[in-house]
Design a protein around this ligand. Sequence first.
Ligand code: FES
Length: 341
Amino acid sequence: MASYSIAFNFEDGVTRFIECNHGEKVLDAAFRNKINLPMDCSDGVCGTCKCRAESGAYDLGDDFIDDALTTDEAAAGLVLTCQMKPSSDCVIAVPTSSVACKTGQGKFAATVAKVTPHNDAAIVLELEVDADAPAFLPGQYVNIDVPGCAQHRSYSFSSAPGERRIAFLIKKIPGGVMSSWLVRAGIGAKLELTGPLGSFYLREVRLPLLFLAGGTGLAPFLSMLEVLARENSQQEVHLIYGVTRDLDLVLVDEIEAYVKRLPNFTYATVVAETASSHPRKGWVTQHMPAEALNSGDVDVYLCGPPPMVDAVRKYFDDNAVRPNSFHYEKFTPNTAAKEAA
Ligand code: FES
């Protein structure tokens, strides 16, 4: 029997994946997987189970009343999980916390497979997952426990879903707990991971995309670009990758490779430091071509340190830029903090 992968993204950023059989209602599949989605009547009457389908194909069902789900709500992507039957993989945003649904973060173990320093500025950490390839949405992150101390660090996947070999782009911080551990750790060292997490992930692609990356905030975009390339996406995608110093520009060859794999992909690198001889200096907002904003018919994704995120938001406000959607994630490299919207 055909089945579909359903990703529930809860309000607290926790994401759980389940399999839903062809013809099965999402609410039933969730209960079968011990996830108690909000519900009351289960008959399409009360509207308690209303969620947002962010991607995928599905049948809304025809056994619900307008008070539970209006035509306008359905057109806006809202669904009743007690009625909805998927006909493809779907991503569903659940407007409550994972705890309220009696589920929580997934955990998995992995082994260090490769550690590659880049320019004394960043490290690519490759891990081999001990069990099956972890499911996640491109752009999401995990918390990695730092061995030997009661701390964790949050890193976005730079690799695409579906692989047991997963990768992360980590800013090298002198004295940082993870940077220091990675210097000491050998191939074969064990790590514990929690996730996937976060609401910063690639939504269904219907419009041109503008990706804005700051420093190691490049990581989630590498995951997204790989997914787009595997899907043979013809959509226009423009990436602006801004860094502070010349040596912070890493993995440009990997980005360049997507020019060949994605027919409508372009990118620009930008360096902020005044002493740089880079052809584009300054901030990403100074190198944002009008055509990339496409008069607002664009979905914008932004990942970088808080000052960069704030600067882009201010630029959009000051210049009345109103993209179709704007998703951003702030990260602070030397803490566990991640904040998304
Ligand atoms: Fe009442 Fe779905 S649970 S409409």
